[in-house]
Design a protein around this ligand. Structure first.
Ligand SMILES: [Ca+2]
Ligand SMILES: [Ca+2]
Length: 199
C-alpha cells in the first residue's frame, strides 16, 4: 500500500537533479519551452502538464503548483523544478488511485475517503471538516472530488497544517488573534501569478 506520509514536507526546496529525470519529462519540458531559455512560464506549464498526461489542471491548480515549486522565485519553472513537480503530482495520483471509488457512477473522493487520506498524511481533520472541504473544493458539484480538486484540497490543508504546526504550543493548541489568523492563511497560499487566462 502506498504510504502518503512522505508527501508531508514536499514542495518548496524539492527541485530534482536533471540527471535523475526521465526522458519523457525532459521531452515534454523542452517541447513547450518555446524561447529555449530553459524555463517555462505558467501558460507553458499548463500545456506541459497536459502533455505529460498528468492532468488537465485548472488555472488555480497550476498557480498552486507554480507557487510550491518555483524554488528560486524567478516566476518560471526550470527543468529541475518541473521534474520535482511531476514527481509530486504522481505521488498524489497514487494516493488518489488508492482511495477513489465511483460515486453515483462518477470517479471521485468522498468525505470519508478524504478523511482517511488526510489522516494517513499526518495532517488529519475531523469528518465534519472533511465535508466542509468537499463542499468547497468540489468544482464538479458531485459531492466527491476529481483528481484536480482532490490535490488542490490536500495541498491547501497540508500548507495550513504546516503553518499551524509551526505556531502551535506544546499542548497542540493554537491561540490567534485576527492578525495572526490572516497572516497564517495568507502565508500558506501560493503567490499570485499574472495572466491566468489560458487558451
Ligand atoms: Ca522559456
Ligand atoms: Ca523557478
Amino acid at each position: 500500500m502506498t504510504n502518503p506520509s512522505f508527501l508531508v514536507g514536499c514542495g518548496t526546496g524539492a527541485a530534482m537533479d536533471e540527471g535523475n529525470l526521465g526522458s519523457d519529462i525532459k521531452s515534454v519540458f523542452y517541447r513547450v519551452d518555446s524561447d529555449r531559455n530553459g524555463k517555462i512560464d505558467i501558460k507553458e506549464l499548463y500545456t506541459a502538464l497536459k502533455l505529460a498526461n498528468e492532468n488537465h489542471f485548472n488555472p488555480e491548480t497550476c498557480q498552486l503548483l507554480m507557487g510550491l515549486f518555483d524554488v528560486n522565485k524567478d516566476g518560471e519553472i526550470d527543468i529541475s523544478e518541473f521534474g520535482a513537480m511531476v514527481r509530486y503530482i504522481r505521488s498524489w495520483r497514487s494516493t488518489y488511485t488508492l482511495h477513489v471509488t465511483n460515486n453515483n457512477h462518477v470517479p471521485g473522493i468522498n468525505s470519508t475517503q478524504l478523511y482517511n487520506t488526510l489522516q494517513a498524511c499526518g495532517c488529519g481533520v475531523d469528518e465534519t471538516m472533511c465535508k466542509v472541504l468537499i463542499k468547497n473544493f468540489d468544482s464538479r458539484n458531485m459531492q466527491a472530488l476529481g483528481f484536480d480538486d482532490y490535490m488542490r484540497c490536500c495541498v491547501t490543508v497540508q500548507s495550513l497544517h504546516k503553518a499551524f504546526t509551526h505556531q502551535q504550543s506544546l499542548d497542540g493548541t493554537l491561540r490567534l488573534n485576527l492578525e495572526g489568523l490572516v497572516t497564517m492563511v495568507v502565508e500558506s497560499r501560493p503567490r499570485p501569478v499574472q495572466n491566468l487566462t489560458f487558451d
